[in-house]
Design a binder for this molecule. Structure first.
Ligand code: FE
Length: 350
């Protein structure tokens, strides 16, 4: 009763009641600490709400949420790639958030049609090319990278990475399975080297001329550029006459059993505020999801592009189909021949 009277007195005086309440929320983040902590600190500073968090990979966090069930202390899940967010929603660990603000600020194709996750940044998965070995006008589309002219000139990251699974899933969504399979087989035929374990190594292979073109996320190129280490490579925006560049998101969702639902929703909405969007845009060379917020100077220099606007939930819905398709195309496994002393081919997971 005393605290109620205190709250009334404080609110009559026009002081923020929120700041005296010991509010807190708990975040499970698959994004690394240095990419989320500054946002948590700023939100705490603005609202007085304490944010507790753990970071881990998306898979273990999802398992943890499932295992904890109703007893989970988590209010929010932060992760990258719509494929991961879709999976979390599909596993029942996220709940819908009805918010006019989020509907208005997050473009429809970058959020769950059932409102269980929302994009907060955009990353483009585009073409990077060797500036000496690729002629003007040679590059056109993702689909064209399957054509004969790129034989032994293409590099790709492993198909195990969700980024490529989402890219292929979106191609299935647009072209149908048969055509998508043709394209992926063409890519595999054109590989100059076995697939790489990460995007940075893939870009470096392009820079060194081991391959002429590759498909990577823009911020990896941005990180190299920021360190002055992008020499010999440049980004290209494909499919400008057709479907647009494949984009994906980092995003957030409210957990199914969030103990602090209202405050957690407030944080999601805060993530699309100008302040948070600007911080996000400057932290990792990504694009803010709110179009009116400026990108970083470095990103601005890459120019503008048309992006694919098919709803990203397709990346999740068609993910397992995409994985099977890549397996069939020989993208996931490479046969390494070690000579005649070893009987039969060895399958080496990459
Ligand atoms: Fe990444």
């Amino acid at each position: 009763m005393r605290s109620l009277i205190f709250a009334i007195v404080v609110s009559v005086l026009g002081l923020p009641v929120v700041s005296i309440a010991a509010e807190e929320i708990v975040v499970y983040s698959a994004r690394k600490e240095h990419l989320v902590k500054p946002l948590f600190d700023e939100f705490e500073k603005e609202t007085g709400v304490t944010i507790k968090y753990i970071t881990d990979k998306a898979g273990p966090l999802l398992q943890r949420l499932k295992a904890e069930g109703k007893r989970s202390p988590a209010d929010l899940l932060i992760t990258v790639d719509a494929g991961n967010l879709w999976h979390a929603a599909n596993e029942g660990v996220l709940q819908p958030v009805k918010s006019e603000l989020l509907d208005q600020k997050v473009p429809a194709h970058l959020r769950d049609p059932e409102d269980r996750w929302f994009g907060v940044t955009i990353r483009a998965r585009t073409i990077v090319y060797n500036t000496d070995n690729v002629a003007d006008g040679e590059l056109t589309t993702y689909e064209d990278l399957a054509s004969e002219k790129w034989k032994d000139r293409l590099c790709l990251r492993t198909s195990k990475k969700v980024y490529n699974q989402s890219l292929v899933a979106m191609m299935i969504s647009r072209h149908g399975e048969e055509k998508a399979a043709e394209i992926v087989s063409g890519w595999v035929n054109n590989l100059a080297l076995p697939p790489f374990s990460n995007d940075t190594k893939t870009i470096q292979a392009v820079q060194s001329g081991q391959c002429d073109v590759a498909i990577v996320n823009t911020y990896y190129f941005g990180r190299l550029e920021d360190k002055g280490e992008s020499r010999g490579a440049a980004l290209f925006w494909p499919n400008q006459e057709t479907s647009g560049v494949h984009v994906n998101i980092s995003g957030i969702g409210l957990t199914q059993h969030a103990p602090h639902k209202e405050t957690a929703v407030r944080f999601i909405e805060w993530m699309v505020s100008d302040k948070a969007q600007s911080m996000l845009a400057n932290m990792n060379f990504e694009y803010p999801v709110v179009a009116s917020v400026e990108t970083s100077e470095l990103v601005k220099n890459w120019g503008t592009f048309k992006s694919d606007d098919i709803n990203l939930s397709e990346a999740g819905r068609l993910q397992s189909q995409a994985v099977r398709l890549m397996d069939r195309a020989g993208y996931k496994y490479l046969i390494i021949k070690f000579g005649s002393r070893i009987r039969g081919p060895l399958f080496y997971e990459i």
